[in-house]
Design a protein around this ligand. Structure first.
Ligand code: NAD
Length: 481
């Protein structure tokens, strides 16, 4: 019998008020690792009340003292780094090297949040009018919550909660029900840090818990990361209930290759962008727009690289690509591959069934050539190891293709021409743009988030923007005699 997970509310591990449980499955072995509760409104109500009560005193703990809890958390995360990475691989499937990288990115968010005493400072101006001074301060707002996706089980909640509590808010984390174990471990470390009861809470669940978060009167703000249709729903519902919302959605990322690009560097970056984490990254390259005569070497080089990928259990040495998250998701990805073939794209590398273990949700790397804008695989997010190549006549045509797509998360250009790079950087729609880099991932001290249908809200995740999202700017005007 596998472990039944509990919620962490008001400083204690408590059973969820539900008899609905779902198995947490290792996608490489199909072994059941634990049972996660799919709670409901009563669990969120309990957490929201505890967090609301804790807010009254946590907000007046000096920022420098709040930061000290986070220094401790950073140390504990580092001490448990390997166990955390192994947990990410076990429940998600990505390779151990990829898991280590994602844990490191999460720790870096805690590091930036430790700078709260400086980053929370406001502004002052003497004599805004004769004898009148004006000052602005940042004040915490209350209870915040995050609703997380499955693809970065340890990292994504750390984009938010360290900043929220550093600013003086209290917090509820709702991990993805598909991968709750990494947060379970992180919340044990949170418990060891000795945060006052109710400051950091975790409630497991699915739609029922999400809906309770979006409508609870004591929750002031919501951060969401996941697919675009749910991001839009979360944004609209939470906003209709008077909350601050930042909702990061899905992606279809374009990678433009100019004929003058450095071939080896470009091919390595295209391949790892598309096939890293089995394509389950919001920053994964989905479509290569091969400009002019780059098309032939791009296709041949990518085919070679796809063939060299070793698919298997991410915890094993030498494996370079793990499984996708679930049987259901595997079927969805395979459905897109069938659709691409049916629509007339050319499957120049077919990774289905190639040297894969019999057990587990494996899909080998697939490469399509001859994709066009009107094909389903040229439009929809596949979120699997499937890369599409399209021809583009020139940079303008490539940029028109990108602008016409409803999603705009990240985009990259590969070129040695400064003018082309500059035009792309400043004019491309995507909010995360890169030059000669396959994954345009802003680090924890910059903001993270897309545009158009990839992002709903105003303020992005982490970086300085986090201090805007998690505080209200109050302005004082003062005159003395
Ligand atoms: P998802 O939208 O299915 O689920 C995300 C969260 O929403 C989960 O916690 C889930 O419990 C909840 N949820 C699911 N269905 C719901 C519903 N009907 N009502 C209310 N809540 C619901 O996303 P996922 O499959 O877990 O994650 C993959 C997606 O996340 C991809 O589209 C990917 O591009 C995106 N993503 C985006 C970013 C980014 O920075 N923009 C980062 C990571 C992942």
């Amino acid at each position: 019998m596998s472990e039944k997970l509990r919620n962490f509310i008001d400083g204690a591990w408590v059973e969820a008020t539900t008899d609905r449980y779902a198995p947490v499955i290792n996608p490489a072995t199909e072994e059941t690792l634990a049972e996660v509760p799919l709670g409901g409104a009563a669990d969120i109500d309990k957490a929201a009340r505890a967090a609301h009560e804790a807010f009254a005193s946590w907000r007046s703990v000096p920022p420098v003292e709040r930061a000290r809890y986070l220094f401790k958390l950073k140390q504990l995360l580092e001490d448990n780094r390997e166990e955390l990475a192994a947990t990410v691989t076990r429940e998600h499937g990505k390779t151990i090297a990829e898991s280590r990288g994602s844990v490191q990115r999460g720790i870096e968010c805690v590091e930036v949040a430790c700078g709260a005493p400086s980053l929370l400072m406001g502004d002052t101006l003497e004599d805004v009018a004769k004898g009148i001074d004006c000052q602005s301060v940042r004040q915490p707002l209350g209870v915040f919550a995050v609703i997380a996706p499955f693809n970065f089980p340890a990292m994504v909640p750390m984009w938010f909660f360290p900043f929220a509590v550093a600013c003086g808010n209290t917090f509820i984390c709702k991990p993805s029900e598909q991968v709750p174990l990494s947060q379970q471990l992180i919340w044990k470390l949170v418990e060891d840090c000795g945060f006052p009861s109710g400051v950091l809470n975790m409630v497991h669940g699915d739609k029922e818990v999400v809906d309770a978060i979006l409508t609870h009167a004591l929750i002031r703000g919501v951060s969401f990361v996941g697919s675009s249709p749910i991001a839009k729903y979360v944004y609209e519902t939470a906003a209709a209930h008077g909350k601050r919302v930042q909702a990061l959605g899905g992606a279809k990322n374009f990678m433009v290759v100019m004929p003058d690009a450095d071939r080896e560097m470009t091919l390595d970056a295209l391949s790892s962008s598309a096939y890293g984490c089995a394509g389950e990254r919001c920053l994964a390259g989905a479509i290569v727009l091969a400009v002019g005569d780059s098309h032939e070497w791009v296709r041949d080089g990518l085919r070679e690289r796809a063939a060299a990928i070793r698919v298997g259990d991410g915890s094993e040495a030498g494996v370079t690509m793990g499984p996708v998250i679930s049987a259901k998701h595997k079927a969805k990805v395979l459905g897109y591959i069938d659709k691409g073939v049916e629509e007339g794209a050319s499957l120049v590398h077919d990774g289905r069934g190639s040297q894969q273990p019999d057990t587990g949700y494996f899909v080998g790397p697939c490469l399509f050539d001859g994709v066009t804008e009107d094909m389903v695989i040229g439009q929809e997010e596949i979120f699997g190891p499937v890369l599409c190549i399209e021809k583009a006549a020139d940079l303008d045509a490539a940029m028109r293709r990108i602008s016409a797509h409803p999603l705009a998360n990240a985009s990259t250009i590969f070129t040695q021409d400064g003018r082309a790079a500059r035009k792309f950087k400043f004019e491309v729609d995507a909010s995360m743009a890169a030059v000669n880099i396959g994954v345009a991932a802003p680090m924890s001290f910059f903001g993270f988030g897309g545009a158009k249908g990839s992002f709903f809200g105003d303020l992005k995740a982490h970086g300085k923007e986090a201090f805007d999202f998690f505080t209200d700017r109050k302005v004082f005007m003062t005159r003395w005699g």
